[in-house]
Write a protein that binds this ligand. Structure first.
Ligand SMILES: *Cc1c(COP(=O)(O)O)cnc(C)c1O
Length: 369
């Protein structure tokens, strides 16, 4: 990536790339944060300068998503995975189902938690298509008085991504945006809860961003464990207990970086351009193949195979991964449940990285095609 540090082009699905300028700033501020004489990891989370960091990061989230004070911005622990249980615990209304749109591994994880005694309905599913395409979905699939609808905007493992979202009317729309948050412009006011583990597009692991309509948090019984009520974290500005302060600090720097790049419009433009380089390389060859329904392909996780119908397919993919690594292109192995290859190219992945990969793909095909 940069000659300066001898870094590689990292295609890791998560934890993933951070902008180099952010890593440099973290390094520069590590020993003495803005003249405080200590690092950000060694101070109270209830006083200046951490207060200032909290104010900035929350306002950046609202600014970039175009949301107002009717949404709470929370920084929680337990990853996106804890949200799969916190959501139904807090938002399920008696006798009213949770509508789940099933599009792969991460909605399966949400479904597994719903099965622990929460009324639910799978209203659309891509399972019969091996999650290679998104299921048909419109208002008529949904329960008119459901507790909420759960969706995942980008399916990190299968490589599909929703381009549009259904009108859920009065039913709250909850979306797992772990792997595409801040990557494109959407009308975010159509969502009632947006959550995202930070380690793909926002910062280091250990913090989960949750943006929730304030009034929704009032649905929860106060008999729930205090730490598992959204209300607790809203009242205490995510500082009921010690928050993941370092992660919140880095997230603030990443959001500052996005704003400097030109905000979500600029991110979306770059992400389209980056994905196009790889999809063009795949589509223009008979050696590589995308297993996915074209309109559903993700801009974040580019999933592909080498000659999937040939008996040499797996061997070729193995050598591809090995040789790519030698060439400084790492983490290209597909997820173990589907195999093949996957290039994850989140916001912080540079265009030069996808260009280098496309070039490598052409050379590998020339030698092995
Ligand atoms: C990575 C990922 C998760 C899991 O996040 P954790 O923070 O590890 O719990 C959930 N949903 C999606 C879409 C993901 O990509």
């Amino acid at each position: 990536m940069s000659q300066k540090y001898d870094r590689v082009y990292n295609f890791s699905p998560g934890p993933a790339n951070l902008p180099e300028s952010v890593l440099e700033q973290v390094r520069d501020e590590m020993m003495n944060y803005k003249g405080s004489g200590v690092s950000i990891m060694e101070i109270s989370h209830r006083a200046y300068p951490f207060d200032e960091i909290m104010v900035n990061v929350k306002s950046r989230v609202r600014q970039l998503l175009g949301l107002g004070e009717d949404y709470a911005v929370l920084f929680l622990q337990g990853g996106a995975s804890t949200q799969f249980s916190m959501l139904p615990m807090n938002l399920q209304l008696p006798g009213k189902s949770v509508d789940l749109v099933h599009t792969g591994h991460w909605t399966q994880m949400a479904l597994d938690q719903l099965k622990k005694g929460f009324e639910h309905r799978v209203v659309a599913s891509g399972e019969k298509d091996g999650f290679k395409r998104l299921p048909e979905l419109s208002a008529r699939h949904l329960t008119s008085d459901a507790s909420y609808v759960h969706m995942c905007s980008n399916n990190t493992i299968y490589g599909t991504q929703w381009k549009t979202f259904p009108d859920t009317g009065k039913v709250p729309l909850v979306c797992d945006m772990s792997s595409d948050i801040m990557s494109r412009r959407l009308d975010f006011s159509r969502f009632d809860v947006i959550f995202a583990g930070a380690q793909k597009n926002l910062g280091p692991s250990g913090v989960c961003l949750v943006v929730i309509k304030q009034e929704l948090a009032e649905r929860a019984s106060d008999k729930l464990p205090t730490m598992l009520q959204y209300r607790t974290h809203i009242k205490n500005d995510s500082r009921f207990n010690t928050p993941p302060a370092f992660g919140i600090y880095v997230m603030g720097l990443v959001l500052d970086w996005i704003v400097k790049q030109g905000g979500l419009d600029a991110m979306e433009k770059q992400n389209n351009e980056k994905a196009k380089v790889l999809y063009d390389a795949i589509d223009s060859s008979s050696f590589y193949e995308s297993p996915l329904h074209k309109p559903d392909r993700s801009l974040m996780n580019v999933v592909f195979r080498i000659k999937p119908d040939s008996k040499d397919s797996e061997k070729l993919e193995e050598s591809f991964i090995k040789e790519a690594k030698v060439a400084g292109l790492t983490e290209l192995k597909g997820h173990r449940v589907i195999g093949g290859l996957r290039a994850s190219i989140y916001n912080a992945h540079p265009l030069s990285g996808v260009q280098a990969l496309a070039q490598f793909m052409r050379e590998f095909e020339r030698k092995n095609g």
